[in-house]
Design a protein around this ligand. Structure first.
Ligand code: PEP
Ligand code: MG
Length: 597
């Protein structure tokens, strides 16, 4: 018998019964193996008052625990350097953020003040201060703050462990091929998992946006998070299946289920091997139209994957990662070093740097005050508006980008443009920064790099002709374009069913932009999530797009689709789709096209 449930406590009959637990699939793949249940290692927090005369000693005890925590993290960061590739890099960022929190930070200052003012022991001061920070972060209801909160909690628990001398639980004695089941997996716990020995993992806490999810994808470990009551349903040694595609965990699968999942897993591996063979083949339609396939990068850790998947360059580097998980803003040199490494690691392939796109649903610590506080954040001081309102911020970023452009081909992309005037204003700042750097003898290219605008507001799409005249290229961001056109918040699951990039209105804006670019002889790319779905490739090509940028994991599947298409047929498809008024009919036509070609 199969039971589907969410968060019910186990009974003894569950020990043999197949149970399906639903959560969020955050890293694709299928793991089958015996459960290794990680007990939740809660630390007891002693709480007591201290006399005024004991404050200095207590502060000393706290400073010692902070120094010890820093030492432990520095050792871990050293180890992370030995771990090659995406996971090592990702862990490095994370540990650096933790080390910074243990320096001259608000967290440390806050705890010290509590010890001195509230006359409480260090453990209690850490616990109450961390809880206060978490309450403030929770009020933002923003995934960036959620993951930042996870980090503060983790650093707090490290401090308390060191104060109470509670040892860390190592992932020792794990059977080869085991599936890790935990109440919560921190990103650094996850990075310690060896993908050659562990089959996958599932946890009760966590969502698709957190660092744990990013780490799971970087390690290519199947993972499902956010399963309420998970640990209570799984006993050590029980067989479990982690289905990272459908976002479910099957406990005690019966023989038929195991056979079905083994088949699914074998199919997946076969598909991946087949796709890997496409790496060096061109993305060209059967009748010879070349399509440029580029990668969207959120973290430098993804570059290796993009190159391995045959990306011809980076079509969108979201520069926000340099500003996240920190209180202060990165300076010009730091941004330059990071961007230079990215340009160099692309080995001569073009890199499109997008200037900072914060505000709206993306807030970063150092700019929370400037960008936050709007009643309609998506319509407020975000992206290019914020950069133009804090010109120093823009100047620093443009200077770093210009300097990185001395190391390889670079393009500059401006987010959330609504009029050509904004592009002109940025070009003025760019010219000024360019001149200053030249005068100072700093190594930059002879000419400023090409400048492009994101077409992600209906205003930009409808003014695409004017934009094309001020830009060297355009890039359509269908994620925001869909949101702003349909008035549907892209991050609100309650209206998710209304969010449809294939809606007539969105398609017309894409078509209009592509046509304006063609008239003005300005290349138009598309870098929204829509580009990464192979089922959209025919329609987008038929609408006149020849440059698509997407998450690295989607490149091979889209290339495969393009190689099966006829350009003539895609034109006909686009003509037919653009005549429709009923979204269901559009879906039917696209499905029929997929079936037929
Ligand atoms: C978009 O809006 O389509 C886009 C690519 O930008 P982001 O997803 O970063 O907002
Ligand atoms: Mg956008």
């Amino acid at each position: 018998m199969k039971t589907s449930t969410r968060g019910i406590r186990s009974s003894s009959s569950d020990r043999r019964r197949e149970v399906i637990l639903r959560g969020i699939g955050v890293s694709q793949g299928i793991a089958i193996g015996p459960a290794h249940v990680v007990e939740s290692a809660a630390v007891d927090v002693p709480e007591y008052r201290i006399p005024k005369s004991a404050v200095a000693k207590e502060l000393d005890r706290f400073d010692h625990s902070a120094a010890k925590s820093r030492e432990q993290l520095e050792k871990l960061a050293d180890k992370a350097k030995d771990r090659h590739g995406a996971a090592g890099e990702e862990l490095g960022y994370l540990l650096d953020a933790h080390i910074q929190m243990l320096g001259e930070s608000r967290l440390i200052r806050g705890v010290r003040e509590r010890i001195a003012n509230d006359l409480v022991n260090a453990e209690a001061a850490v616990s109450s201060h961390v809880n206060q920070i978490l309450r403030v972060f929770a009020a933002f209801d923003d995934p960036n703050f959620t993951s930042k909160g996870d980090e503060v909690r983790e650093v707090g628990s490290r401090l308390i462990r060191n104060l109470t001398r509670t040892p860390y639980r190592a992932f020792s004695g794990i059977e080869d091929g085991a599936v890790i089941i935990a109440e919560e997996m921190s990103p650094s716990d996850t990075a310690l998992l060896d993908p050659r020995r562990v089959a996958g993992f599932a946890a009760a806490m966590g969502g698709a946006e957190g660092h744990t999810a990013i780490m799971a994808r970087a390690l290519d470990l199947p993972a499902v998070l956010g399963i309420a009551g998970l640990a209570g349903r799984v006993q050590p040694g029980m067989t479990v299946i982690v289905d990272g595609i459908q976002g479910q965990v099957i406990v005690n699968p019966d023989g038929a289920t195991i056979a079905e999942y083994r088949k699914k897993r074998a199919n997946l591996l076969r598909q991946r091997r087949e796709l890997a063979r496409l790496r060096d083949l061109p993305a060209v339609t059967r009748d010879g139209l070349d399509i440029t396939l580029l990668a969207n990068i959120e973290l430098p850790a993804e570059i290796a994957q993009a190159l391995a998947a045959g990306a011809e360059g980076i079509g969108l580097l979201r520069s926000e990662f340099m500003f996240m998980n920190r209180a202060e803003l990165p300076g010009e040199d730091e941004q330059y070093e990071t961007l230079r490494e990215i340009v160099e690691s692309m080995g001569g392939k073009p890199v499109t740097f997008r200037t900072l796109d914060v505000g709206g649903d993306k807030l970063v610590g150092g700019l929370a005050q400037s960008a936050g506080g709007s009643a309609n954040p998506a319509l407020g001081l975000r992206a290019i508006r914020l950069s133009l309102s804090i010109q120093k911020l823009l100047e620093i970023q443009l200077a770093a980008m210009l300097r990185a452009a001395a190391h390889g081909p670079v393009r500059l992309l401006l987010p959330m443009i609504t009029s050509a005037r904004e592009v002109v204003e940025v070009r003025t700042v760019l010219a000024r920064v360019f001149k200053r750097l030249k005068r100072q003898g700093v190594a930059i290219p002879d000419e400023p790099p090409p400048v492009g605008a994101m077409v992600e507001t209906p205003a930009a799409a409808l003014a695409a002709d004017a934009l094309a005249r001020t830009c060297d290229f355009l890039s359509i961001g269908t994620n925001d374009l869909t949101m702003y056109t349909l008035a549907v918040d892209r991050g609100d699951e309650r209206v998710a069913a209304l969010y449809d990039p294939r809606h007539q209105a969105v398609l017309r804006l894409i078509q209009f932009t592509a046509a304006a670019g063609a008239r003005e002889h300005v290349p138009v790319a598309l870098c929204g999530e829509m580009a990464g779905d192979p089922a959209n490739a025919g329609l987008l090509i038929g609408l006149g797009l020849t440059e698509l940028s997407m998450a690295p994991g989607n490149l091979a599947r889209v290339k495969k689709r393009i190689r099966g298409l006829e350009f003539g047929a895609t034109r006909h498809l686009a003509d037919t789709v653009m005549l429709q008024t009923d979204p269901d009919r559009v879906a039917e036509i696209l499905a029929a096209f997929e079936g037929a070609s």
